[in-house]
Design a protein around this ligand. Sequence first.
Ligand code: E4P
Length: 217
Amino acid sequence: MKFFVDTAEVADIKELNETGLLDGVTTNPSLIAKSGRDFLEVVKEICDIVDGPVSAEVAATDYDGMVAEGEHLAKIADNVVIKLPLTMDGLKACKYFTGKGIKTNVTLCFSANQALLAAKAGATYISPFIGRLDDINLDGIQLIEDIRTIYDNYGYETEILAASIRSVNHVSDSALAGADVATIPPSVIRKLAQHPLTDKGLDAFVKDWASTGQKIL
Ligand code: E4P
């Protein structure tokens, strides 16, 4: 499973990239607003840090506007992925960018039918928002399972990018459901390695090793 980090905070991206665990980055207008920084400048900086795909979302909601903005964003770096909303105009723009060999991430997906349309439009990634479905008492992981089944039934190559991840369970459950990628907030990525039995076991090993009086180096 590929791991993308879901943030526009460059310091977090740098730190996580150094672990070698990061395969890409996703941003959205809310994350850019939270960072308080210039969008184009942040995307350029992220692309200079990370070799993998970096999703940058259009702000326009009409086809012509999305195409114009997407073309501008695509010029920032070779690894920019154009993020488009799951609307009829967004799907049409997706088809346009796919035809030009530019990668796309179709976002704000909340149903299997929407995911089917994104695959038909040739999306590189479909982003089902599992946390926001769970927030309204629906089943985000079930949506990932349904999309996996549909894509496998027809051999669609669109990658399932589990988005709106809120917990470590969302990560493992998305992996079990067959998502190709998870885009994860930095705080959740850091929690993935944590386990109380790991801490307890390591404490014991450190103490027992010290009691031997030996040194490896
Ligand atoms: C994905 O690309 C989105 O940017 C993100 O995962 C949305 O997450 P949220 O529902 O926590 O805002």
